[in-house]
Design a protein around this ligand. Structure first.
Ligand code: GTP
Length: 248
């Protein structure tokens, strides 16, 4: 077979070539109430692998709500900046757990941290992260933006903008954005499509306003999907299944 007749790489037929997966830390605790559930971390790693195997470049930002929440720390009387730094360290723990699971699944990864901790992982260097992704490595961005007062959602939107991602995949407990909490209101309606303005003006709880504004300014669609359903990430990355897409 000549190169002219060789089948196109799968990624050429896919809607997205490079994507950011943003997940809350709570996803990694599975059915538990705290910390990391190894089976769930492995399952999430397998789901990410399935997307990488489709020829899509993937980077990941994860939160730390399963370990420590900066906002709750501040609410209980701790200095906000200290609480946020503790949250950022929680993100590093989650990033290392995910890196370990991905590498056990045979996926090459690099962790880059927004706060330098050179004996543990690489520092965040945009151009280096770009090269890693071009080589098919999953880059996990740890320690948020490296600054207090910013959420991991904002870190996700920031890194997605810096990495020229085609989309932000927001892994949620449910399969999209609803008019109300579907766990409490069976009448809640799932939207297929929304605009960034809809999300901001209706204060729909998708990502915080800073993250939404960044995605909007940089014209990066946000796809909200259920990350709890095994295999769903790969399906949604192919443009199939249930999700809500937020665009301009
Ligand atoms: P290439 O440039 O494609 O060869 O990328 P590479 O990441 O394989 O090369 P590099 O020599 O930069 O890194 C080799 C290994 O060292 C990788 O596992 C990196 O994650 C790791 N590494 C690189 N820089 C640092 C660092 O500052 N701190 C830590 N802890 N690890 C690092």
């Amino acid at each position: 077979m000549t190169s002219d007749t060789a089948p196109a790489p799968l990624s050429q037929n896919l809607p997205y070539k490079r994507i950011m997966l943003k997940m809350s830390g709570e996803v990694l605790m599975g059915e538990g109430e705290f910390g990391l559930d190894p089976a769930t971390v492995n399952r999430v790693a397998d789901d990410i692998k399935a997307v990488v195997d489709q020829g899509i470049e993937v980077c990941v930002v994860v939160g730390a709500g399963n370990i420590f929440r900066g906002v709750s720390g501040a609410a209980s009387g701790m200095d906000r900046t200290t609480a946020d730094y503790m949250g950022m360290l929680g993100i590093v723990i989650n990033a290392l757990a995910l890196q370990n699971a991905l590498e056990h699944a045979g996926v090459q990864t690099r962790v880059q941290s927004g706060i330098r901790m050179d004996s543990i992982c690489e520092p965040y260097i945009r151009r280096k992260a770009m090269r890693h992704m071009e080589k098919g490595r999953v880059v996990i961005f740890a320690a948020g933006t490296g600054n207090p007062y910013f959420t991991s959602d904002t870190a996700g939107a920031l890194r997605a903008s810096e990495m020229d991602c085609d989309a932000i995949f927001k892994g949620s407990k449910v399969d999209g954005i609803y008019s109300d909490d579907p766990a409490k209101n069976p009448e809640a309606k799932r939207y297929d499509k929304l605009s960034f303005m809809d999300v901001l003006t209706r204060d729909l709880k998708v990502m915080d306003a800073t993250a939404i504004s960044l995605a909007r300014e940089n014209n990066i669609p946000i796809i909200v999907f259920s990350v709890k359903e095994p295999g769903n990430f790969a399906k949604v990355a192919r443009g199939e299944g249930h999700f809500t897409i937020v665009t301009n």
